[in-house]
Design a protein. Structure first.
Length: 336
């Protein structure tokens, strides 16, 4: 994004000029998503929503047809941007004043009509799972890619870009994080380690990761309502032995790594002590059973047991020979 002459930073910022909006501004060239939001957010009757819904579907499909050639060149980016608007529209309907049944009808139509028409093309492959965790993961991947594309642009418009992120994700966060700040994410592969609150992550412009984001997949992203759950799944094997460029780790992830490494070290120390004690015990057993010293010890032990048994017999005899309650020691008399 290049700042134009004669305008302030606030005046010059336009989301359409961002690199991440190269396809988005074609898919919604007249900001159709905002028009849909305006006409459906404050009505409670399904009939009032049907016309703007149909118009959005038709316009979006037509815009997508104009983008097909570009989508053939960069299918993954096109798929991400298409899914972003479908998730956005879902958020609009979920946040509307319609009853739950009417909301469900609109969302089902969105998936069965618009999504099907877009998916049924031979230019590129685009999947869209509709379960809530898949939606969250999809948004996380979208955000990482968009931040990387907007890296240079946001430097001149830091505050405006953060405001843009709040607006960009508001509707989607409203239904993918229904209890504010209750969802946490872990993103982990060989060059990336991030543990963060889900909403904070989407609102942040800090996570510009220079590694190959195309290698990042849904399987590298974990979702939980408890951040401590990640302690058991975090992997020390993911950390490269040599420091490389473009590694992307945040402080929370590094702290968890340190905690896990320390716990493993403690366990290893206890195991080492246990193994040492076991080895010492086995040596004693070996010496006792097979060495000359063991034979000597056994003879000594046997002799000591015999002496103890004789002593016990004499004590018992002395008690058995007691008369009138007075014990005496028997002995043999000899004549003088």
């Amino acid at each position: 994004m290049v700042q134009q002459e004669g305008c302030s930073v606030m005046q010059c910022f336009k989301k359409e000029d961002l690199s991440s909006y190269e396809y988005k501004k074609i898919l919604c060239k007249n900001d159709e998503i905002k028009t849909l939001e305006r006409h459906t957010s404050h009505v409670s009757d399904y009939d009032d929503c049907e016309e703007p819904f149909n118009k959005f579907n038709n316009d979006f499909k037509s815009n997508h047809d104009n983008l097909k050639r570009e989508c053939g060149k960069n299918g993954p980016k096109c798929c991400r941007d298409v899914n972003y608007y479908l998730d956005y529209a879902t958020g609009i309907f979920k946040a509307s004043q319609l009853n739950d049944q009417d909301k469900k009808i609109l969302i089902t139509r969105l998936e069965s009509e618009l999504e099907r028409d877009i998916r049924d093309n031979d230019m590129y492959i685009c999947e869209r799972k509709t379960d809530i965790n898949s939606t969250r993961k999809r948004c996380i991947l979208q955000h990482l890619h968009d931040l990387k594309e907007d890296e240079k642009s946001m430097l001149s418009f830091e505050k405006q870009y953060k405001d843009h992120l709040s607006e960009k994700w508001e509707k989607i966060i409203s239904y993918t994080d229904s209890k504010p700040s209750s969802i946490f994410v872990k993103i982990e592969n060989n060059s990336m380690g991030i543990v963060e609150n889900y909403a904070n992550f989407l609102h942040s412009s800090d996570y510009i990761c220079g590694n190959d984001l195309d290698e990042l997949s849904d399987d590298d992203i974990k979702i939980s309502t408890n951040m401590n759950d990640f302690l058991s799944s975090i992997s020390l094997d993911k950390i490269p032995l040599k420091v490389q460029k473009n590694l992307c780790f945040n402080k929370t992830y590094v702290d968890m790594l340190k905690h896990k490494a320390l716990n493993l070290q403690r366990i290893n120390n206890f195991l080492s002590i246990g193994i040492a004690l076991l080895g010492f015990f086995l040596i004693l057993v070996f010496l006792h059973e097979f060495s000359p010293l063991g034979s000597l010890l056994r003879r000594f032990t046997k002799k000591k047991i015999e002496i103890d048994e004789n002593s016990n017999d004499e004590i018992i005899d002395s008690y058995e020979n007691s008369e009138n309650g007075r014990p005496y020691i028997s002995y043999h008399s000899t004549s003088h």
